[in-house]
Design a protein around this ligand. Sequence first.
Ligand code: NDP
Length: 451
Amino acid sequence: MPDKDYDLVVIGAGSGGVRASRFAAANHGKRIAVIENRRVGGTCVMRGCVPKKLLVYGAHFADDFENARGYGWDATRPAFDWTLLIDAKNRELQRLEDVYHGLLKSSNVDEITGTGRIADTHTVEVDGKTYTCDYILVATGGYPATPDIPGIEHVINSDHALDLEELPKHIVIVGGGYIAVEFAGIFSAVGVETHLMFRADNILRGFDNDIRVMLRDELEKKGINLHAKTQITAITKTSDGYRLQLDTGETMDTGLVMYATGRRPNSAGIGLEEVGIEINAKGAVVVDDTSKTAVNNIYAIGDLTNRINLTPVALEEGMAVVETIFGARPTAVDYTNVASAVFSQPPVGSVGLSEEEARKNHDVDIYRSSFKPMKHTLSGSDERAMMKLIVDKKTDVVLGCHMVGADSPEIIQGFAVALKCGATKAQFDATIGIHPTAAEEFVTMRTPVSA
Ligand code: NDP
């Protein structure tokens, strides 16, 4: 008889926690329990990537109806029903949650509902009941963070935005990151007067500067009102919405305020520090290369550790932890060339270094192409696309590959493989393009734009 209830107890059934649980149970035959206090599937499946992308698909029809006219369709834009979209999205989330429950069951993972708290290094407590285990994996994710300003209780965050009962006529979205930009695209496309307000001089800090400038221009062309270098200092309720006091001295009235000003790790109240686990100033659990915390048998992954906060990274970290503890093979995730996308309209796809990052350590050639996609020669849309390659002059290795334009997340996923393999510009050039596509531009750019 084993002396513990489980080999591994996982706290948090989001993407990382579920993947680790299933992998440990199915591939290593271990006894696993996973604890969750909200819906199985976590942020990505229930409150993030998945519902967001469904709304992005929904919003995109606005452009499609417009574009169809240039192709001979006698199309007037049909009426849009937000409630119908939200209901359909919720049905899909329910289906996915059922799938997740089914997957855990078929892998023989025990699901425990409630809030897990580490009682000691080998015991997790859930609502007064304790479970002993050899290892603990903490994968509790993060939550939307908002600044402490007067009236902040009036604002919504991305969780609420995904379940709005009715659309406002006018919305102010605060922040210039992934979430703010993506929701601005959704709300604007479905007819809400959308204002994007951010404290920096441009959106998407950390992305390649040409990409940021291009996307900013495209968002403006779509009718999104951008307010750079602007912060809200106070929010008051009015009879039909909210009045915002801005640090520019002006005020603005709006029907709804959404904050997307970053996320913080869910590290409080689960007994981490009490057992000696280190938490940094941003609230993230400090781990080593194998995701091990300061306590030998306790690991942490995903947004809780604030490394690269993306679902596929959390999945990889979860599998690496299982390999480390049950495969007896210490496994670290390789964080180089992790591609990501912003599902704005048009979207952004990006892998590798931005020009600004690359120039810090490399002598580089820049290849850039900006053009009107073929689809829009007839559609009448003025949407443009841009692709950019950053190449190390000495080694010819492609250091960065970035795109703004339709299908860029799909296109960049393929080029991410090339960058992971260390492809050179000569190898890009030796690749024959697929014609006519936008993607072929990545293998036909021959003249650097600047040295
Ligand atoms: P981000 O970190 O991407 O952006 C946060 C934004 O809020 C920045 O523009 C930042 O400004 C601004 N900000 C931060 N604090 C304040 C403040 N006190 N007042 C005003 N503005 C502030 O966070 P998001 O919330 O957009 O997304 C969280 C994370 O979720 C992302 O980092 C990403 O990892 C993940 N995500 C990924 C997606 C994808 O892959 N498509 C989609 C959605 C989320 P500044 O730049 O000046 O610091």
